[in-house]
Design a protein around this ligand. Sequence first.
Ligand code: MN
Length: 335
Amino acid sequence: MTSQLDALLEALNDPPNILILPHNNPDPDAIASAVALQYLIEKQLGRKSRIRYKGFIGRAENRALVTFLRNPLHPLTDADFQWADTVVLVDNQPGAGNSAGNASLPIAAVIDHHPLLRTTANAAFVDVRPKLGATATILTSYLQEADLLPTSVLATALFYGIKTDTLSLVRGASEVDIAAYLYLQPHVDINALIRIETAQVPTDYFAQLDTAVRKARIYQDVVIAFIGPMTYPDLVSEMADLLLRLEGVQWSVCMGIHNGTLSLSVRTRRRRGGAGGLAQAIVKKDGTAGGHGMMGGGQLSLDKWDTPTLVAELTQRVLLHLDIPSMTVGIPLFV
Ligand SMILES: [Mn+2]
């Protein structure tokens, strides 16, 4: 029986120019997985590859991670698609709302932990494991299988990828994630990890945090916050994580605007999940959404809407999906 690693290397053996695409607005799991795949391709196949991303890396910790990794990824351009013979998607799947995959190029491989999409079946190699908390866990398993000891830099990135996607193993981490985390731990550069996790933030961060807290409204066990304009799109996930800590809350939904697009993030404390489903119920056909059990997200274009109408409509969709009466009045966190 051929292993997943052998099958992956087989799929990548021919096309000389490999383009690695993490999901848009890449998070540490996507960044670490892309870098680990690049390392694997270089060590096992002796070939260079490019890591490119769409969107924005805004979160201070994520920027610190990229600096620590010596800037291995760059914004995606048309020239990259012209250069590439094939594409590998990590931490995303073709056709997903957060995927930069381009239909004109063959997709050699998809490595991900989100629920399997129908459109993924066309890829030559597919390793999608929705039961895992992080894609970095899958890449760690490839390194182990290849007998490649990760460098301290790579181990730190993969460790941080698993740590953030699973909220330090408390959110959606499987036995396999825990084993990968513990395997990487002795190789982690602790000082670098501290620098990344305590990265300093600009004053804008506190202004947006203040807005999120003031705008947040509680509807039974749901907290919904519309932040308005944001300096970077994944601020919504940061704020959704934070608001989910509020006593009595089972769901948090954060929305905000960046570059003419409304981004939203959904979190739940419920063990049986449903965050991806709620994200889809909010966006409907007006945009794209997806997610795992306990975290989900989506985006929609503001073209057809004025913002207050859209926010009111999306709030109603949250209430409807969660069986909360539509007349329920949102209560501020404090007065
Ligand atoms: Mn991930």
